[in-house]
Ligand binder design. Structure first.
Ligand code: BGC
Length: 329
């Protein structure tokens, strides 16, 4: 009888010990599993989300900025959301920035289109701990952490010098600008005017705004030509202005008589340069602007020091240079 009891106890104790160890084993495994899930969620959390807001969503120039930004996003494992008004519109642009602030993104990359109107918005984001980097157009008096883009005044100045050289110091000029409100457009005109101010042979007779569209640039160029038939040179200060001006000049058969200096190196601009309709253009680096802005934002989030201004390369591309190639975005 005793023997059976001992066997019974032995079985009981072994069963208990085995189940105890199994319980420990599975508890340990469950803990490990939880840790893996936690690590994965944490990894997801560190995948920052930056938003790039441009003044016009489908503008070809901005698509290049987006491309550069997304390439840097892949390189630094951050997600880039690209957004912007369908057509250039200051208040819609500002609404999008405000929405990005409300949705607590990890960083905002945008233009400081109007120093006066954008500064409070940029400062609001900064106050809420959302860093802002301005691209293409700066709002230097705001609390933005950095600016990446062309030195807009200088680029306008270079355009002025190029026009003097290209017209032998004698020209009656019409200007088509993207906007009278946007600071970068104003600076491009200011730089241009300063460059020609000691050249009595160069006269600016009119300036009209295109709202950065090719259609309006063509319309305004047409108006300038009918109001000032002596105009023999045009300066277009945003990417599609030169294209609109060229359209009118071609239509009127004035290719040989009118000098055009435009902005940017979009494929259509280069094509028009090859055809001898646009004589020179100001080079900007939209892809690089996008790439560098994301890289900077990433470094800033890591607590590293970043410069407050990075001026990307600018210069003049002349018709004769086109044959030599190398005009990377
Ligand atoms: C400017 C951009 C602008 C674009 C319009 C570029 O030259 O740098 O700010 O949105 O032209 O086409």
């Amino acid at each position: 009888m005793n023997h059976y009891r001992n066997v019974f106890y032995a079985i009981g104790i072994s069963a208990f010990t085995i189940s105890f160890f199994f319980t420990l084993f599975f508890a340990y495994k469950a803990m490990q599993f939880d840790q893996i899930i936690e690590k994965k969620t944490k990894a997801k959390k560190t995948n920052a989300h930056y938003v790039l807001i441009s003044e016009e969503l489908n503008n070809e120039y901005w698509r290049l900025v987006e491309k550069g930004a997304k390439a840097a996003g892949r390189r630094y494992h951050v997600s880039i959301e690209y957004n912007g008004p369908l057509q250039s519109n200051l208040s819609e642009h500002m609404k999008l920035i405000d929405m990005a602030i409300s949705s607590k993104v990890d960083g905002i990359i945008t233009q400081g289109l109007s120093e006066e109107k954008f500064t409070p918005l940029i400062n609001k984001a900064m106050k809420k701990g959302i860093p802002v980097i301005t691209v293409d157009t700066d709002a230097a008096k705001s609390k933005r952490v950095s600016y990446v883009g062309t030195d807009n005044y200088r680029s306008g100045y270079l355009a002025g010098k190029a026009l003097i050289a290209g017209t032998n110091g004698k020209a009656v000029v019409g200007i088509i600008t993207g906007s009278f409100e946007a600071s970068h457009q104003k600076l491009r005109v200011e730089g241009f005017k300063d460059a020609i101010k000691n050249k009595p042979g160069i006269k600016v007779v009119d300036i009209k705004a295109s709202n950065i569209t090719k259609v309006q640039a063509a319309e305004k160029a047409n108006e300038i030509l009918s109001e000032h038939p002596d105009v023999n040179a045009f300066y277009g200060t945003s990417a599609l202005d030169g294209l609109g001006i060229a359209q009118v000049i071609k239509r009127q058969g004035h290719e040989k008589k009118i000098y055009i200096i435009s902005f940017d190196t979009l494929p259509e601009t280069l094509q028009l340069m090859k055809q001898g309709i646009i004589q020179a253009t100001v080079v900007q680096k939209p892809y690089k602007i996008g790439y560098e802005s994301v890289k900077l934002m990433h470094e800033f989030k890591k607590g590293r020091h970043i410069p407050s201004t990075i001026h990307t390369d600018t210069g003049i591309l002349y018709q004769k240079d086109i044959a030599k190639g190398d005009v990377s975005p």
